[in-house]
Ligand binder design. Structure first.
Ligand code: SF4
Length: 362
């Protein structure tokens, strides 16, 4: 297909894509810098269509955020509270049971479980949490814990990362959501989340998780202090690791929401930047099968558009999203299966309900 590019630099990138050549750092920077958004979208859509045709995936899932008490207090995080602070909470195993039973009639296929680093919780709590969820929802996949939580749990249990992962796996852990790295870069780590693990440790842990046979997603939190070059380096680091482990399932660009954070002066990301991040991910991450348009962060309407800019997955119905809404997200806190399907059909794609591993639900 011939694309009438306004920015002629995109012609080279398109040729590379058509020849199956890997894009360079310079190409990645060009993708972010170009003003030819439609030309860029067409290249990304070409790749997306060649991988998935007209299909657009979604999952019937549910989020469980077991506590918002966190000792790290990263400056970009609106969700975390100190113990005893107004609004701080921790769910007991009984609370989790109750939450699950309240929605037991719904066809939930995945439980997405993450929380803060709460020093009042023992390692046993996490084992019980996984076992309880599996007992109540035996047919749903447990996708839980970032690498930050895995590092914390290994210290808590005084076990190696490998042993910690094995214990969690034995209790029911089947997949991991992939957050926690934010941007794989020491400067950003020092500036925004110095108490959290740095990028080398994140890569080390995710590698161990993949080695243990657990698939993860990968994310990038963009729209704060990161430079274009740092975004591209992040994507290349993930691509390099994927060459080695093949353990990443999907990539999810996460648009920063600053409300109620220590960085509330930073404005929201623009629609242009959101779409560029989806397209950049689709083009740079040539060894990732799936790119998600996370509707919670970019809004339902832009997520529909993103399906034509490289994304093939709208993530899930969610049910009670808390983290991004604490930071000012204006999207819904959950969508029904019908709403997900209507969004996809209206965008010109065929909805495919999937499980956590992209198997279609019959
Ligand atoms: S981002 Fe995670 S580790 Fe950082 S303060 Fe928030 S909950 Fe804690």
């Amino acid at each position: 297909m011939k694309i009438p590019f306004i920015d002629k630099r995109l012609e080279d990138i398109y040729s590379k894509v058509l020849n199956g050549s890997r894009l360079s750092k310079k190409d990645g920077i060009c993708i972010y810098k170009t003003h030819d958004l439609i030309g860029l979208g067409q290249i990304a859509n070409h790749v997306r269509k060649s991988l998935h045709g007209n299909k657009a995936f979604y999952i019937y899932n549910m989020h469980l955020n077991y506590t918002n008490v966190c000792k790290n207090r990263c400056s970009f995080c609106a969700y975390a509270k100190d113990d005893g602070e107004k609004g701080a909470y921790v769910w007991s195993i009984e609370d989790i049971e109750k939450k699950l039973l309240e929605r037991i009639d719904e066809p939930v296929k995945e439980l997405h479980i993450v929380g803060g680093l709460n020093e009042d919780l023992s390692f046993e709590y996490f084992i019980n949490l996984l076992k309880t969820v599996k007992k109540i929802r035996p047919n749903a996949t447990i996708k839980a814990f970032t690498c930050v939580e895995i590092d914390y749990l290994s210290n808590l249990a005084k076990l190696s990362i490998k042993e910690t992962i094995q214990k969690l796996k034995d209790a029911g852990l089947e997949m991991m959501p992939g957050g926690g790295a934010e941007v794989l870069n020491s400067r950003i780590h020092e500036a925004l989340f110095p108490k959290k693990i740095g990028h080398k440790r994140w890569l080390e842990i995710v590698k161990a998780v993949h080695k243990a046979g657990i698939k993860t997603n990968a994310t990038m939190l963009y729209g704060h202090i990161e430079t274009t070059e740092e975004r591209v380096d992040h994507l290349i680091s993930l691509r390099d690791l994927q060459d080695e482990t093949h353990g990443f399932s999907a990539f999810i660009p996460l648009a920063f929401h600053s409300k109620n954070t220590q960085m509330s002066h930073i404005p929201s990301t623009t629609a242009i930047d959101d779409l560029k991040n989806v397209a950049a991910a689709r083009l740079m991450l040539d060894n990732f099968d799936h790119i998600k348009a996370y509707w919670v962060m970019i809004g339902e309407k832009l997520a529909q558009v993103a399906l034509s800019f490289g994304a093939d997955d709208l993530d899930g119905t969610i049910i009670e999203e808390k983290i991004t809404h604490t930071a000012g997200a204006t999207s819904a806190t959950g969508l029904t299966k019908d709403q997900m399907e209507e969004m996809i059909i209206a965008a010109g794609f065929t909805p495919v309900e999937r499980d956590s591993f992209y198997n279609p639900i019959k």
